[in-house]
Design a protein around this ligand. Structure first.
Ligand SMILES: Cc1ncc(COP(=O)(O)O)c(C=O)c1O
Length: 368
């Protein structure tokens, strides 16, 4: 077998994003035991930095061992018991995944849908919630990576605040790139992924549960169906007192997220959000000049994930492959109904710099 020498790519797809050398260096330091007092200090600091990033005081805030889908599963399996009603919004692939997972755990799912490229209509959603006051949760994707749509959440949070229905948010592609205000918006469970705007390799899924969500879990009639993701067990390892062995934490990933979150704290969340918007505006301007048009509805476009129709409708995929092979630039392909029609250009975390925009626009000018 030959030596491992992957190419150095500019990662402008839907994730993973490029990772800072600071994070890579942290991940190459020698490992220590997962119950070592020094590791426990690092875990505590990671939890605190995650609270600061989610803008929450929630005690149970920690990184699930696994990618974003593990956080999605953890949210569904802890909050839903067989037979529970769940209102789940679908405006792209990840709402579909939430639906599939909730159904697998025995929930009765009521979908509220929007056409791909558009946000969920809040009035239609609130009407559905009014008709189903017994719904255990309402789940929605904040940044739909398959379409580039930013879903506004404030109004939904305000509606659900004094209701028994829990407010669950997928912030996999939003955390660290655009505002995610867990406490202010009344979110009860929010999960993310490391490989997007946090710019840490894939492998952890930060998650947070409100006291209201924890009370619902404590009142369950049945055991959480998945042992590995059961937060009543995980909180004894991640929580502040007991430190009971549950599973062996992925030490190297925890080192990585530690450094990634330290970088975010040093930059400042608001500065980071502003950088994503500023650099994205430059890219969108350049793409417009080259004849690209946008897929997501105006006013609801994510700065960190720009879904576009290239100006050469019959060359969408060949051109994307040339970008990768000739220029070492990765952009994402379309999914579902827009497969082969759009590109999904990521500007997440470490990648989101003017130099990435210049490199992509330069390459496109030559290719087109
Ligand atoms: C919005 C959203 N939710 C969930 C996931 C699943 O995350 P992962 O692929 O890390 O398991 C993704 C991944 O792209 C995503 O974009």
């Amino acid at each position: 077998m030959k030596e491992l020498t992957p190419p150095v790519r500019l990662l402008m797809g839907p994730g993973p994003s490029n990772v800072s050398y600071r994070v890579l260096r942290a991940m190459s330091t020698p490992i220590i035991g997962h119950l070592d007092p020094e590791f426990i200090r690092i875990m505590d600091d990671v939890c605190q930095m995650l609270r600061d990033t989610f803008l929450t005081k929630n005690l149970l805030t920690f990184p699930v061992s696994g990618t974003g889908s593990a956080g999605l599963e953890a949210a569904m399996v802890n909050l839903l018991e067989p037979g529970d009603k769940a209102v789940i919004c679908v405006h792209g692939v990840f709402g579909q995944r939430l639906t599939e997972v909730a159904r697998r755990y025995g929930a009765q799912v009521i979908n509220v849908e929007a056409t791909w490229g558009q946000p969920i209509d809040i009035n239609q959603l609130i009407d559905t919630l009014k008709a189903n006051p017994d719904a255990k949760l309402c789940a929605i994707v904040h940044a739909e990576t398959s379409t580039g749509v930013r879903q506004p959440l404030e109004e939904l949070g305000a509606y659900l605040r004094d209701k028994s229905t829990l407010f669950v948010v997928d912030a996999v592609t939003s955390l660290g790139g655009i505002p995610v205000k867990v406490d202010e918006w009344g979110i009860d469970c929010c999960y993310s992924g490391t490989q997007k705007c946090l710019s840490v390799p894939p492998g952890l899924s930060p998650i947070t549960f409100s006291d209201k969500a924890m009370a619902v879990i404590a009142a369950r009639k049945t055991k959480v169906q998945n042992w590995y993701l059961d937060v009543t067990l995980l909180q004894k390892y991640w929580g502040n007192s007991e430190r009971v062995y549950h599973h062996t934490a992925p030490i190297t990933m925890i080192f990585g997220i530690y450094e990634g979150l330290r970088i975010i704290a040093q930059e400042g969340l608001e500065n980071r959000w502003a950088r994503h918007q500023r650099v994205s505006d430059i890219l969108c301007q350049g793409l417009t000049e080259l004849g690209f048009t946008f897929f997501a509805q105006e006013g609801y476009r994510l700065p960190e994930l720009i879904a576009v129709f290239p100006p050469v409708a019959d060359q969408v995929e060949p051109l994307r492959k040339r970008l990768l092979n000739e220029y070492n630039i990765e952009v994402g392909a379309g999914l579902g109904p827009v497969a082969g029609k759009i590109w999904r250009i990521g500007l997440m975390g470490e990648t989101c710099e003017p130099r990435s925009v210049s490199r992509l626009l330069d390459a496109l000018r030559r290719l087109l």
